[in-house]
Each structure stands twice: as C-alpha cells, then as structure tokens.
Ligand binder design. Structure first.
Ligand SMILES: *Cc1c(COP(=O)(O)O)cnc(C)c1O
Length: 388
C-alpha cells in the first residue's frame, strides 16, 4: 500500500509483502510469489531461514551494539573468517554497499597521500559501473542518470571503458592511487569482466603503485558458485567491497584489504558507528558458515548451469530474448526491448524478477533455491514470454 509519508525516490510496484519463507514471499492477501529478486541479490538464504532466525534471537538476548570504542568477539570472528576465505588480511566494517565502497575509496586516497601527498589521488572507474548513491560512490559510478542532478561531485576521478584494457592504460600514470571495478557489472546488466581485463588491471596497479579495488557488493558471497567472484578469475584485489548477500538481509558492509593495503588506516582515519556491531556480525557468521560450504557452492554452480541452459533454450525459442549471460545464480536475460511489461506480467503470475540496465532482466534467486523452484520460475517466465 502506497504511503504519502515516504519520500518519492522509488518507482515501486503496488505490492505489500507480509511474510516470507524460503524462496517464497506472501502478500497481504496470502498470495504466494516465487522470489527470484531476493531483495536485489540480498536474501542469499531465502526468507526466515531457521538458522538465521535462531542466530538473531540468540544474539538479541545477548548483545546488539557497543560501538567501536570496544572489541566484540563476533566482529573479530567475522573478520578472521573473511580473511581466511579471501586470502586477504584485514577487514573494516560498515552497513551497506555504498559505505563499503566509500571506505575502499578512502583507503586508495590515503595510500596516494602516503606516497605523494597532493599529487597521487586519481581514481580510475569504468563506464556503466554502479558503486552506490553517496557522493563519493556516485563520483565513480559511470552512468549519468544517477549523477547528473547531484553535481558537483568529488573530483580526481577518471573514466575508462569496461573490458577495454587499452582505455585504462591510456589514463594510468604515477598519480593514480586506485582502480575500482565490478568483476561482474550488476546494475548495468550482468556483464562479466574478462579474465584478461582483470589481470591487466592488476598488472597496471602494480606498475603504477595503485590499489586494485573489486566491488563485489552484488556478485560476491557465493553468487557465482565461489565465495568471491574474484576466485573464478584467479585475480586477487588489494581491496574488496562486500555487502548485499553478506548477512542475507541484515544490513552490513565490509571492506577487506590485502597486504598492499593493510597498513594504511590509522586510528582516526575512518569510522562507522554501527559498523561491525555484534548482531550484524552474528548474522554474517551464520551466512558464511552455510554459504562457504562445498555443498552450497556446488549446488549454486549446478543450479546456475541448469538455469542458464534452460534460459538459453528459451532464447532459441522466443525472439524477444537477445541473449542470456551470467555465472552461478547471477543471471541476466537481455531482451530486444525494454522488459518492464514482461517483469510486471511475471509478478502478476507470481514470479518476482528485477530489471537492470540495457534491457536486461535479472534472476538472482536465493542461493538455496531448488531445481523444482527453478522449473516453476521458468514455467511462469515462458508463459509470459508466449504472450509478448
Ligand atoms: C547495490 C550495489 C551497491 C550499493 O549498495 P547499497 O547497499 O545499496 O549501498 C554498490 N555496488 C554494487 C556493485 C551494487 O550492486
């Protein structure tokens, strides 16, 4: 139900959800929806996963928030787990993807400041990227529709072309302190980087003493069938931004840094009041303990391949589909025309999907989705394709 008391910055569907269970959401009338949007790639364990419910209740009875003036063992354990899983070395916590990226950008700028203050401060970002809505994150988001009304934005940023290493090489020099890139561009339409591109960025960063930042806010935490998308590529970043799926629906952000970036922050350089609170970290510990198992990752890979192959068959059958691409359970279906009608009709039929740039429909179901649920979703999707 629409509210006049909420600011008008979203184009929302006229749907009000009341409860969720597994891959299903239920509206106020009790109608069920298969959730292949998952709160925009957030509900990695579906809705109200029993382990998450138990974690939240237990932690709610123990401790929620103490600030970062003190230590809490959940934050320490989560940092250690992220370090062990990523092979990087330290973690800075926040509450969202945009904050995780702000932290990453500040680490890059501080790195430049330590090497050559006032000079080494350029950050390179990619066209069609999406890194969040705060002023800093917007300054490196290469899509004018998000930025044009909010200038002036922070300076010292340079745009290059995604998957075009020459375009990056042309803007590189000793004054670049960082490069930020999504291994799979999400909002602009599920566009995977090539391995050569990411490896080339890494080489340029080493050559010019810059930090390589991977924004895995959307594609990380098991989505691709590895815990982190960079593990599919075999290219390790210096700084890694995480959020969305990290606590499966509880707000959290994390910026993980490797050896070249681990000694940059000092007390006073950065802070986040809620960052790394015991409740958020408890949720994330439970998520990672489930998502990082071979069982979950293998199931994401297997189900992802199944989803992709079924969608490719639909692509051969229906000319409205231009192409299908993705990795694991982050899949984009590029349509020949704007997909708003198809998405609305799917919702009416009980299937939630998300749009993305470039006429793309996203399927980002919970990582716990079953083969049968994929079949159900595709049955609805095909029924709608037939009508269009
Ligand atoms: C969603 C997203 C963000 C922003 O995350 P918020 O939690 O909305 O601030 C940043 N980067 C990428 C790649 C995203 O998909």
């Amino acid at each position: 139900m629409k509210s006049q008391f909420v600011t008008n910055n979203y184009g929302r569907f006229d749907l009000t959800f009341d409860r969720g269970e597994g891959c299903y959401l239920y509206d106020e009338s009790g109608k069920a929806y298969l959730d292949f949007a998952a709160g925009i790639a957030v509900n990695s364990l579906g809705h109200c996963h029993p382990a998450m419910v138990e974690t939240i209740i237990d932690q709610a009875n123990r401790l929620w928030h103490i600030s970062n003036l003190y230590w809490n063992s959940n934050q320490n354990k989560l940092a250690e787990m992220l370090v062990n899983l990523s092979g990087l070395s330290k973690v800075s916590f926040s509450n969202s993807g945009t904050e995780a990226n702000e932290t990453a950008l500040k680490i890059a700028r501080k790195h430049g400041f330590m090497v050559s203050p006032g000079k080494k401060n350029k950050i390179v970002y990619m066209r069609e990227s999406f890194h969040g809505r705060t002023m800093g994150a917007l300054s490196v988001t290469g899509q004018e529709k998000y930025r044009e009304k909010f200038r002036p934005l922070p300076e010292g940023v340079v745009e290059a072309e995604f998957n075009d290493l020459d375009s990056v090489a042309r803007v590189m020099d000793e004054n670049v302190c960082g490069i930020i890139v999504e291994p799979i561009q999400g909002e602009s339409g599920i566009l995977p980087a090539t391995k050569e591109f990411l490896q080339g960025l890494k080489d340029l960063c080493l050559k010019f003493n810059a930090l390589l930042i991977f924004d895995e806010v959307q594609c990380g935490i098991g989505r691709t069938g590895e815990v982190f998308a960079f593990q599919d590529y075999g290219v390790q970043p210096d700084v890694l931004s995480l959020a969305k799926g990290l606590a499966a629906g509880f707000p959290i952000g994390a910026t993980v840094v490797g050896p070249r970036a681990e000694n940059i922050f000092e007390p006073g350089d950065h802070g986040c009041t809620f960052g790394g609170n015991p409740l958020a970290c408890a949720c994330s510990l439970t998520v990672l303990s489930i998502v990082s198992t071979q069982e979950t990752l293998a199931s994401v890979k297997k189900n992802g391949e199944y989803l992709l192959s079924r969608l490719n068959s639909l692509g051969e059958k229906y000319s409205t589909i231009e192409l299908v691409r993705g990795q694991g359970l982050i899949v984009g279906i590029k349509m020949k025309e704007a997909p708003a009608t198809i998405i609305s009709q799917c919702i009416e039929e009980g299937l939630l999907l998300v749009g993305a740039g470039g006429n793309v429909i996203r399927m980002v179901p919970p990582l716990t989705v079953s083969w049968e649920e994929i079949d159900q979703a595709l049955e609805i999707f095909e029924k709608v394709l037939k009508k269009n």
